[in-house]
Design a protein around this ligand. Structure first.
Ligand SMILES: Nc1ncnc2c1ncn2[C@@H]1O[C@H](COP(=O)(O)OP(=O)(O)OP(=O)(O)O)[C@@H](O)[C@H]1O
Length: 264
């Protein structure tokens, strides 16, 4: 006799990818990958060069569609949504190369990240001047609070071009926070950042997690992953080899083999 189907237990996953695949010509960059990111955690995605981490990030961010599989965000299927719709839902991804506008000040960069299309329209200022002024004031206040939050307040009036690599990562974080995200995906936050700034960045990321934000990151700096990640997914050849704490995955012989296999 067939047993009645049990309803699946509620999960606390803010993001899950299910059996995701993406090919580029003859290369299987992501191949049947399934993994999830739990709400309120820092989750790292690691793996040897060419494992498919960037492609997976691009699929989650909506840069291009998968060949097959699904992406769920906050319980909703977002597989077919364009990047800006994902951002509106609270899924924000930052890029490995910071995309600040070099000639604008740090403050202006943050304000700009929070500006809606309606505010940018030249007609809005003409038709609804008071509303536009109020919204701009609120954006300014919020930007200053976020600059304080990430430790860049004293540099608010400096041109973004004058920031160090690590400060640019903090600026990128402040810009992402302007969009009021549920989940921020960070692409190699430690790349090109000096060791003291990596520590500062790590402290800020941990504080944001403690305040309830969910953070996903791909990272090659294993010290940072060991220090920050609540949970780690190891990608190899486009799929999820194993998941667990940093200690668990790094003591898994398959993970050691995957890394050594690439080096050999
Ligand atoms: N646009 C593309 N066209 C063709 N092949 C691609 C493209 N993007 C990625 N690939 C290939 O897909 C595979 C996975 O690449 P991906 O960049 O996602 O890996 P990765 O884990 O991020 O690597 P790394 O750690 O070196 O950045 C690699 O074999 C790569 O050469």
């Amino acid at each position: 006799m067939a047993l009645p189907q049990q309803p699946s237990p509620p999960t606390d996953d803010v993001l899950s990818v299910e059996d995701l695949s993406k090919r580029f010509g003859g290369v299987s960059a992501v191949a049947g990958c399934s993994l999830s990111i739990q709400r309120g955690t820092i989750t790292a995605i690691i793996g040897p060069n060419g494992a498919g981490k960037s492609t997976l990030m691009n699929l989650i961010g909506g840069l291009f569609p998968p060949d097959s599989g699904r992406i769920l965000f906050a319980g909703r299927d977002i597989t077919a949504l364009p990047p800006h719709r994902r951002a509106e839902l609270g899924l924000i991804r930052t890029f490995q190369i910071s995309r600040e506008l070099a000639q604008l000040t740090v403050f202006e960069n943050v304000v700009l990240a929070g500006q809606t299309d309606a505010l940018e329209s030249p007609f809005a200022a003409f038709l609804r001047p008071r509303q536009v002024r109020r919204e701009e004031r609120q954006l300014g206040l919020r930007a200053r609070a976020l600059l304080e939050r990430v430790g860049l307040f004293r540099l608010a009036d400096e041109p973004a071009a004058s920031l160090s690599g690590g400060q640019k990562k903090l600026l990128e974080l402040a810009r992402a926070l302007m969009l009021d995200p549920q989940l921020i995906l960070l692409d190699e936050p430690a790349a090109g950042v000096s060791p003291p700034m990596v520590r500062e960045l790590a402290r800020t990321i941990r504080d944001l997690r403690d305040e309830g934000l969910t953070i996903g990151l791909i990272e090659h700096d294993m010290e940072l992953v060991a220090d920050l990640a609540d949970r780690v997914h190891v990608l190899a050849e486009g799929s999820n080899l194993t998941s667990g704490s940093f200690r668990e995955v790094t003591s898994d012989s398959r993970v050691v083999e995957a890394y050594l296999g690439i080096v050999a």
